[in-house]
Design a protein around this ligand. Structure first.
Ligand code: BJW
Length: 258
């Protein structure tokens, strides 16, 4: 990762804030990078990213789960513990506050950690589900664990006894319908788009910024590293979300140097 302690110039932050000030509806897409400063690893960062150490095909596909559900559950239980122990960081908090400062803000998150909600963001669209929920593989609904499988390596549904899985979206699976539709609507209606802490590599999520770009809507990216979106974004705020989003929120409220 590049020098992630630097943050963009006040002038560039003001340019981004000016777009947000003019906006009637801001659409935000967040990714793993916004939770990195809460101690939760991203997926694709070269050294610490989860995919540098674990195979997405084994751990984040329905086929991997079918082959070895115990392995997949062990990995998810490890991540759940990490996420339960984590706290929202200043990036999550500033984004929740930003929602109070613009007429309308739709927050679409690819993250499964629930940290936006814990920071106070209302109506978060969980595009890739939530790791803290279980889903029944038979009934395909969010489910409780049966009493006798609570501590088992393979938890079972209290209602039907079916095998449970984490309520997340794996590769090749469809996005939860409500999140998919409402995110598409927001990308089609917004007049400013903010992409925070995502590599913009995973679809259909990455297509949301593309849809906004096609409409000529200003797209602002917050990321310490360049992504596939960066050359197309109107403004790239290069730096960590935990510093850049609070700075953006502050400039939006107070203006530069006032
Ligand atoms: C910081 C920072 C700091 C660091 N501050 N920033 C079109 C083209 C090509 C392929 C496809 C396509 N359409 C569909 C596909 C297939 C596939 C896909 O996109 N593959 C690509 C990887 C090539 N997509 C799917 O399969 C999706 N489903 C689908 O399309 O269904 C329709 C369909 C069904 C059947 C057949 C065909 C189509 C589902 C995708 C599910 C993704 N699931 C995961 C796991 C979730 C569960 C879990 O957590 O375990 O979601 S994978 C992983 O990637 C996770 C993330 O949400 C997602 C995105 O990652 P994200 O958030 O961008 O993280 P990173 O690590 O990539 O990036 C972090 C960024 O943060 C970096 O840029 C850093 O620089 C930055 N950063 N520190 C700010 N402090």
């Amino acid at each position: 990762m590049k020098n992630d302690s630097a943050i963009p110039s006040p002038e560039l932050i003001e340019q981004a804030a000016a777009h947000l000030r003019r906006a009637r509806h801001v659409c935000v897409l967040s990714g793993a990078g916004i939770s990195a400063e809460s101690g939760i690893p991203t997926f694709r960062d070269a050294q610490e990213g989860l995919w540098a150490q674990y195979s997405p095909l084994d751990l984040a596909t329905p086929e991997g789960f079918e082959r070895d559900p115990e392995l997949v559950w062990r990995w998810y239980e490890w991540r759940r513990e990490m996420i339960r122990a984590a706290h929202p960081n200043p990036g999550h908090v500033a984004l929740a506050q930003l929602a109070q400062q613009v007429p309308r803000l739709t927050l679409v998150t690819q993250n499964v950690d629930g940290l936006h909600q814990r920071a106070g963001s209302p109506h978060v669209l969980e595009y890739h589900g939530n790791i803290l929920r279980d889903r029944c593989t038979v009934e395909q609904v969010v489910a409780e664990r049966s009493e006798d499988s609570r501590r088992s390596a393979l938890p079972r549904c209290a209602a039907c006894g079916g095998l449970l899985r984490p309520d997340v979206v794996w590769f090749g699976e469809t996005i939860p319908r409500r999140a998919l539709v409402e995110a598409d609507e927001a990308a089609a209606d917004c007049d400013a788009f903010l992409s925070i802490g995502t590599s913009s590599l995973v679809y259909p999520a990455a297509g949301l910024a593309e849809a906004a770009l096609r409409r000529g809507v200003p797209v602002i990216e917050v990321n310490p590293n360049p992504t596939d979106l960066s050359p197309h974004a109107d403004i790239v705020l290069q730096g960590p979300a935990g510093r850049v989003v609070p700075a953006l929120r502050q400039v939006l409220t107070e203006g530069v140097g006032r």
